[in-house]
Ligand binder design. Structure first.
Ligand code: GDP
Ligand code: ZN
Length: 293
């Protein structure tokens, strides 16, 4: 019997899955009965030939990020993420609705979330800075960086050490620039992968995983469009606003939707200024898009 080896899924290619084992990449197939294998998964696999293998088992995940699929179902995009870094800038204009959406997804999936204000070299927008203070008060760490001028990257690198991270955010905020700044040898790594799979064409269908020079992994952002409010329902969205959590228990009705409901502690707190009204208003906007529980 061939022995089971451990490995980490580093990319998902058209013709198979790249699994890294002892610094080497093996092109693997999966058993049909297995769940969807994704980037970041730790797996058990067996060798089927030189540079080839078969994934036999997905090891338990400590977190999984989902994307919407057909018919309101979801499918996984990345596994074992520790922290999602939500990147934004003064321009393109910061979309707080999108930020709240990412934060709510993290809150519900046991993934840490942090904020990254990129392009700090550009003139500051005081309205945005004011809104950011609200997030810091809620316990979200804010990293202020400039990928272009290589500022503030030390703190970010330090936070990413020995963790699995992903940068997300709208297009144009500087995710690729930041990735390049964090991974000086990114091109070399990409080449290593394509050399191994030189037989035939392949397309990269999922975010590849890179090793950070000072330890830890960075999974390339799979793009904004795929997230949506995957896997959340109306009540999970409310839980995703972390300042709502202690208030939800105080709402008069167990099935309170936190809109115009009688005795809603969340709405009351927002009206009294105990929690930020801007966040509450964004919750109301986002919940209009949500499926009912
Ligand atoms: P992505 O779409 O999020 O991957 O964004 P890109 O990395 O492609 O960057 C979008 C644009 O913003 C490019 O023109 C970059 O040169 C620019 N950019 C990225 N980082 C910075 C920065 O720190 N400062 C400034 N001024 N521009 C930046
Ligand atoms: Zn309520």
């Amino acid at each position: 019997m061939t022995s089971l080896l451990t490995g980490q899924v580093v990319s998902h290619l058209g013709q198979g899955i790249s699994v890294e084992h002892s610094g080497q990449i093996k092109l693997c197939q999966t058993l049909r009965k297995l769940d969807t294998v994704v980037v970041g998964d730790q797996v058990l696999w067996t060798e089927t030939g030189p540079d080839h293998g078969r994934i036999e088992k997905i090891l338990p995940r400590r977190s999984v990020l989902l994307r919407p699929n057909k018919n309101r179902t979801t499918r996984p995009v990345a596994a074992n993420l520790d922290t999602l870094y939500v990147v934004f800038a003064f321009e393109p204009l910061c979309d707080f609705l999108l930020i709240d959406q990412y934060l709510a997804i993290c809150e519900n999936n046991h993934i840490n979330a942090a904020l990254v204000l990129n392009k700090a070299d550009l003139p500051a927008d005081t309205t945005i800075l004011g809104e950011l203070q609200l997030y810091q008060k809620l316990g979200y760490t804010l990293y202020t960086v400039s990928a272009k001028q290589q500022q503030g990257l030390k703190e970010l690198t330090h936070a990413m050490q020995d963790k699995t991270s992903m940068l997300v955010g709208q297009s144009g905020v500087g995710k690729s620039s930041l990735t390049n700044a964090l991974l000086p040898d990114k091109d070399i790594k990409t080449n290593t992968l394509s050399n191994i799979h030189k037989h035939g064409r392949h397309t990269t269908t999922a975010a590849p995983l890179y090793h950070l020079p000072s330890g830890g992994d960075l999974i390339d952002s799979p793009g904004v469009a795929i997230f949506g409010l995957a896997g959340l329902t109306e009540s999970l969205l409310a839980q995703g606003y972390r300042e709502f959590q202690p208030l939800i228990e105080q709402c008069k009705f167990l099935n309170c939707r936190h809109v115009k409901d009688l005795g809603c502690a969340v709405r009351l707190a927002a009206e009294n200024g105990e929690i930020a009204i801007s966040r509450y208003q964004r919750f109301l906007k986002l919940r209009e898009k949500m499926p009912l529980d």
